[in-house]
Design a binder for this molecule. Structure first.
Ligand code: GLU
Length: 373
């Protein structure tokens, strides 16, 4: 069962699955079926995020744009018109299971620039905590040719990386990776498992398929590379049939790309590798002890700070006498940290006027130096 031990799954749904061929309308029975599957996953306490394509395909019909080769401005207009319908369709179909949905539109900079990345991540985390299903698409209306993902495969991989998902499913009109394009070469062999993305594997990818999709195997492999490095397992599977999510591994075969590391280790390595630290936080011996036993850093254990760091910056963590213990991402700016240091977390709201995180550095965002163990 592909969902065994999975806590957080990102499901990417391509336009070819969602849209009726030649009609630019949503395949409502198909959508109802996948929403039933999503509801089952939610009942089993999985966090589910959907990356849904289809805005341009639907909008094209709404605005009567008949050309098969739309200009960028036309695609953006189509996306603006289609996204409303797309989000509405998800909302209606999941409401039948009493699941709330929330729309998030992202550009590459939102996933790559640290502060925006952090904000987007926090919003998705909050939505998941509130048991909602985020429906994500590229913000096509503001993206320009140079700064757009252009395909939702890589967007879905970035999202998986951002929220530490342990499984990314790329639902497509093909059941996995073949040694060559199976539409052109009848002797192409199916690849069930990929441990490493070698040049040979990349050479197997065919061209993007025609029609509404912008992806193809090339972008799926690029997506798999991003996700695997972030510790996320990737599955490419055929999503055309109704209830296809639960057919994967039963009636339907699929290609699985194995993660290189766990999401949490990948994240910690990323933190440890950040070269410039914007400041330092000095902690008392009680907090030092707590961190060494795996806890988060609370304001109560902070004695003083140095530097002018912002929320989301990596800071050095030092003991009372200034020896470096490790580093981590601060959930508060230097200014706000100086106002709450030494205080109990329940005082944060009184002191700052807003309710932030209980921890200054959450344990997932904290790495102690090797010698401190
Ligand atoms: N963002 C595009 C849309 O919603 C889809 C990109 C893709 O097909 O991967 O229409």
């Amino acid at each position: 069962m592909i969902f065994t031990n999975v806590k957080r799954v990102v499901i990417k749904i391509g336009s070819a699955l969602l849209i009726e061929r030649g009609a630019s309308t949503i395949r409502s029975n198909w959508m109802r079926a996948i929403c039933e599957n999503v509801a089952t996953l939610k009942k089993n306490r999985l966090d589910v995020v959907i990356v849904s394509s289809g805005a341009i395909g639907i909008g094209r019909d709404v605005l009567s744009l008949t050309s098969t080769n739309l200009k960028l401005e036309e695609k953006q207009a189509a996306a603006a018109a289609g996204q409303i319908r797309l989000a509405h369709a998800w909302q209606e179909s999941l409401a039948a299971h009493k699941i709330s949905v929330a729309q998030i539109l992202l550009t590459p900079s939102d996933t790559e620039e640290r502060r925006k990345h952090l904000n987007a991540r926090n919003t998705i985390e909050s939505l998941l905590e509130l048991n909602a299903v985020p429906i994500i698409n590229e913000n096509d209306t503001v993206a320009t040719e140079e700064i757009r993902f252009g395909d939702n495969d890589r967007l879905a991989a970035r999202v998986s990386q951002m929220i530490g998902a342990d499984l990314l499913i790329l639902l497509s009109d093909i059941d996995g990776l073949y040694s060559a394009d199976p539409k052109k070469f009848s002797d192409a062999s199916f690849i069930p498992e990929v441990f490493e993305l070698t040049e040979k594997i990349f050479a197997m990818a065919g061209e993007a398929s025609p029609g509404n999709s912008s992806g193809g195997m090339v972008t799926k492999l690029a997506a798999a590379e991003i996700a695997m490095r972030a510790g996320c397992q990737v599955i490419i599977a055929d999503g055309r049939a109704e209830h296809s999510l639960f057919k994967i591994g039963k009636e339907n075969r699929f290609t699985r790309f194995l993660p290189i590391d766990t999401p949490s280790n990948a994240r910690k390595r990323w933190i440890a590798a950040s070269v410039s630290h914007a400041g330092a936080i000095f902690i008392d011996s009680g907090a030092e002890h707590a961190l060494k036993s795996g806890s988060s850093l609370l304001p109560a254990g902070v004695i003083s700070i140095k530097g002018n760091f912002d929320r989301g910056d990596t800071v050095t963590i030092c003991d009372e006498s200034g020896h470096r213990l490790g580093c981590g991402i601060s959930a508060y700016s230097a200014k706000d940290t100086s106002l709450i240091l030494g205080q109990k977390s329940c005082e944060i709201e009184n002191l700052l006027g807003y309710r932030g995180r209980d921890e200054i550095i959450h344990r997932d965002n904290l790495v102690l130096d090797e010698k401190n163990f």
